[in-house]
Structures are given as C-alpha cells and as structure tokens.
Design a protein around this ligand. Structure first.
Ligand code: OAD
Length: 252
C-alpha cells in the first residue's frame, strides 16, 4: 500500500477500472464468485442467468430478462457509495484527473462525486422505449410491473444497459480511446474479474509503457500477474488507506 500511495502521489492522470467487487461493500451482489448473481444455477426457464440477461433473450422473451433487471434495479436503488467510491472521488478532488472506467450500472461513482465516469455497461437510472423516443427517469424498480410498457406506444421499456451480445456504448468507447491516447500515469484495477478485452487492454498498454499498475481484489484474476502492485483486500478498505498514506507522504 505504501508503494501504491507513493505512485499515487506522483500521478496527475489516473485511470481507475472498476467492477462489481467495489460495490460489494455497498451490499450489492457481484456477478461471479460466492453469492454472485451468476452462481445461482439456472433460471426457472432452464437457462443460465447470463443467457437471461442477453439481448437475444430480451428480444424474444423480455419478461425473462426483466425479472433479473428488476432485481438488479431494486438492489441498486437502496445502495449508497462506500468508502472506496468516496476515496476515488477524493483522489480526484485533490486536483488529479481521475477517469473511472466502470462496468457497474449502479451509478455509485457519480453519487460519490466522481466527475469523469465512463459507464461502459450503461446505467439503470432511466427507462427508454424500444420503439419510440419515450424516456422515463428516475425509475422506481420496486413499483414496476414487468416488463414495463411505454405509455405512448405500448412497446417494452428497458434501461440503457449493455446486455450480453450487445454493442458497448459508442460515446464511452470513443472517450476511452481518446483518453488512452493521451495516456495515464497510474492505472488501477479494482474489484473486477477482468474478463473482457476492453477492461484488460488499458492495463496491458500501461504495463508495456512502464506506467505503474495496481490491482485491488481479494482474488486472483487474469491481470494479477501483469500488475506492479497487488493488494488482495477489500477495495473499501484499501482505497481510503492508500489515499490517506499519499496525503500523509505529501505533508511530510
Ligand atoms: P464479477 O462479479 O465478475 O467480479 C467481481 C470481482 O470483484 C471478483 O474478482 C472478486 O474477487 C472481486 N471482489 C469481491 N469483493 C471485493 C471487494 N470487497 N473488494 C475488491 N474486490 C472484490 O464482476 P465484474 O468484473 O464487474 O456485465 O463483471 C463484469 C461484467 O460481467 C459486469 O459488468 C456484467 C457481468 O456480465 C454486464 O452485465 C454486461
């Protein structure tokens, strides 16, 4: 943690890549691992939860996908940012540029005050009509009849999240590309199983360029052997402590 705090102290542009493990300390379920959403076996329809949350199943049977979207939405609506989200916002408030590349759809980085957030898997805090331009926000997932229907045209509504097999949001991808072109001087991987190439690539790029990299995750992942610093503890403990140590070192 001291070595990471030292790297943070010298960093002006930080990329923080985050996943469900960061929000685990806000009481939200992860997707994989113990208690993970995908570990519960099959749905009543006999398909894995990943398949239920796919664009293909949504197009055919939106009520199946919606059962899981509504559960995600209900869990997220009572969740609050934890000390990890707040530490990232504080690291930015110190005067650094902090790009948060998150796979989380819970909005907790924005709620914590982070200003540069790329929500690469979309967000849950609005519903869009799949047929017309109708849009609703905010969303009360606990009161929702699923699948919700558009009051204007009757088509199914959905949040702008990325379901399995769907494209990533163009804008977020373009912004990520542009940010990577400028470069970062510290890259962090926090609470993600790092399964997707666009999540691993920025770390690989940084490592190849000699930019310091770190992973904060109790478990091993595909990037564990790639990073300079590996801290196998919960992010809500590590991030505030690293920030505190960087602050203390600056004052010395
Ligand atoms: P996963 O559920 O795959 O991984 C969560 C990671 O967080 C694991 O590596 C855990 O070891 C780690 N973890 C658990 N508790 C932690 C804690 N307190 N502090 C730090 N790390 C902790 O979640 P993601 O990697 O975010 O996509 O999953 C990526 C994507 O897969 C999700 O965005 C979702 C899913 O399919 C879509 O819905 C498109």
């Amino acid at each position: 943690m001291d070595a990471l705090a030292h790297a943070l102290l010298g960093a002006r542009r930080v990329l923080a890549i985050t996943g469900a493990g960061l929000s685990a300390d806000s009481g939200l379920p992860t997707y994989r691992g113990i208690g993970g959403l995908y570990e519960g076996g099959e749905t009543d329809e006999g398909m894995p939860v990943e398949a239920a949350l796919s664009g293909e199943v949504f197009a055919r049977n939106p009520e199946i996908t919606w059962r899981y979207l509504a559960a995600l939405g209900r869990a997220g609506s009572s969740a609050r940012p934890n000390a990890g989200h707040r530490a990232l916002a504080a690291i930015e408030a110190d005067g650094r540029e902090v790009c948060v590349l998150t796979q989380n759809v819970d909005g907790l980085h924005r709620a914590a005050g982070s200003r540069w957030v790329l929500e690469i898997h979309g967000r849950m805090d609005a519903l869009l009509c799949t047929a017309c331009s109708h849009r609703e926000a905010p969303v009360d997932y606990s009161a929702l009849q699923v699948p919700p229907r558009c009051p204007a045209c009757g088509a199914v509504l959905r949040p702008p999240v990325v379901l399995f097999g769907e494209m990533l949001p163009d804008e977020a991808i373009a912004e990520l590309r542009a940010a990577l072109k400028v470069g970062f001087d510290l890259v962090l991987s926090i609470g993600t199983s790092s399964l997707f190439p666009y999540i691993v690539e920025p770390l690989r790029l940084a490592a190849a360029e000699g930019v310091p990299t770190a992973e904060i995750n109790p478990d091993q992942t595909p990037v564990s052997t790639l990073v300079d610093y590996r801290i196998p503890s919960p992010a809500a403990e590590v991030l505030p402590e690293v920030h505190r140590r960087a602050d203390a070192a600056q004052r010395d």
